[in-house]
Design a protein around this ligand. Structure first.
Ligand SMILES: CSC[C@@H](O)[C@@H](O)C(=O)COP(=O)(O)O
Length: 350
């Protein structure tokens, strides 16, 4: 059984408190959208897909206990709460994407054909479907990405470098970039995965390392500052990272430090891939310059009081550095073709 960041049954949501990992495994109840907002803001749950799923399910749990006089009352309530959930963290687009889709869906429920109670259950069912869809999506990402890497590597042992945490803890299960590594491992083709510590929040050393050990994959931890030497000395087959927002020209926001990995990969001729679902694509923005980068509190960085800190949680990797491609559930696309390729699938989202 893989690690489970989200436990859900209708009317009850629990999340694995990622602030306590790896030392303590404790699930906490998320009883409503306010709890959901707080859990996302405090990073008890994190990772773009998991943020959206927990946000929507927290609202689903709140809805379950509520009664509405009319479907349009429910629709106003849901719109207000979804808009609120989007404000918890600004950079990952998945929650905003889900909010837009579910607001549109809740409008379709107000056509008079369903009672308020039935409409509420239809909406809850749609929230619930995110769990299975995310895992199915991640398995496709894993396969497309894994096969692409294998096709480029000939008979060489496969060694993958990844950054941040993109596995079961950041999604409903299987993972995106870590899904690619998992697929290669399942095929018996993974020689070794390297993961960065991912300073300052240490998603790599606390969460990815924990997942890799838990899954018994052959894996090695490095400090972020060791990536250039690693690529110089260790025959890295590919760098594979996740994403928080990919915009229409292919520029990609992901965990701080991704940009420098992409530069180093280009210098060493190592293919650099971004792995993410269609729900991480934001076609409304033309370039990475338009992406809002979250800044986190200085206390996440400091060991000495009195020093000034700058703590951006994400950076933007320019499309031209994504040399391997963007791995989605529909295939692997060069960033320059992403917009036209994904346009074909936009209506499949719900
Ligand atoms: C599948 S998760 C992809 C990204 O969300 C992940 O790489 C990342 O940057 C997470 O940042 P975090 O600040 O931990 O939410």
């Amino acid at each position: 059984m893989t690690l489970q960041s989200i436990k859900y049954e209708r009317g009850r949501l629990q999340i694995l408190d990622q602030l306590l990992l790896p030392d303590t495994t404790r699930y906490v109840d998320v009883k409503n959208s306010e709890d959901g907002w707080q859990a996302i803001k405090k990073m008890q749950v994190r990772g773009a897909p998991a943020i959206a799923i927990v946000g929507c399910l927290s609202l689903g749990v709140e809805l379950y206990d509520k009664t509405f006089m009319s479907v349009s009352d429910m629709q106003s309530f849901v719109t207000e709460k979804l808009n609120y959930l989007v404000t918890a963290r600004p950079t990952a687009v998945n929650m905003a994407d889900a909010a837009a889709r579910f607001m549109a869906f809740s409008k379709t429920l107000a056509d008079g054909s369903l009672s308020p109670g039935d409409a509420k259950i239809r909406l809850i069912e749609e929230f619930e479907s995110m769990l299975e869809k995310d895992i199915a999506t991640n398995k496709l990402i894993g396969k497309f990405g894994g096969e692409d890497i294998l096709s480029r590597s000939g008979s060489k042992p496969i060694q993958i470098l990844t950054h941040c945490n993109t596995g079961s803890l950041a999604t409903a299960g299987y993972g995106t970039a870590l899904g690619v590594i998992r697929y290669l491992h399942e095929q018996g083709k993974l020689d070794q995965a390297f993961c960065t510590e991912t300073r300052p929040y240490n998603q790599g050393s606390r969460l990815t390392a924990y997942e890799l050990v838990y899954e018994k994959m052959n894996a090695t931890l490095i400090c972020d500052s060791m990536a250039a030497l690693l690529m110089h000395q260790k025959n890295i087959s590919a760098v594979v990272v996740g994403a928080d927002r990919v915009v229409s020209n292919g520029d990609t926001a992901n965990k701080i430090g991704t940009y420098q990995l992409a530069i180093v990969a280009k210098h060493h001729g190592v293919p650099f891939y971004v792995a993410c679902p269609l729900t991480t694509y934001d076609g409304s923005k033309k370039s990475g310059e338009e992406i809002v980068i979250e800044e986190r509190p200085a206390k996440e960085m400091t060991t000495v009081k009195g020093i000034n800190c700058w703590n951006p949680a994400f950076d933007v990797t320019p499309a031209e550095l994504i040399t391997g491609g963007i791995i989605t559930e529909y295939g692997v696309f060069p960033p320059s073709k992403l917009k036209e390729e994904l346009a074909k699938y936009q209506n499949d989202k719900l």
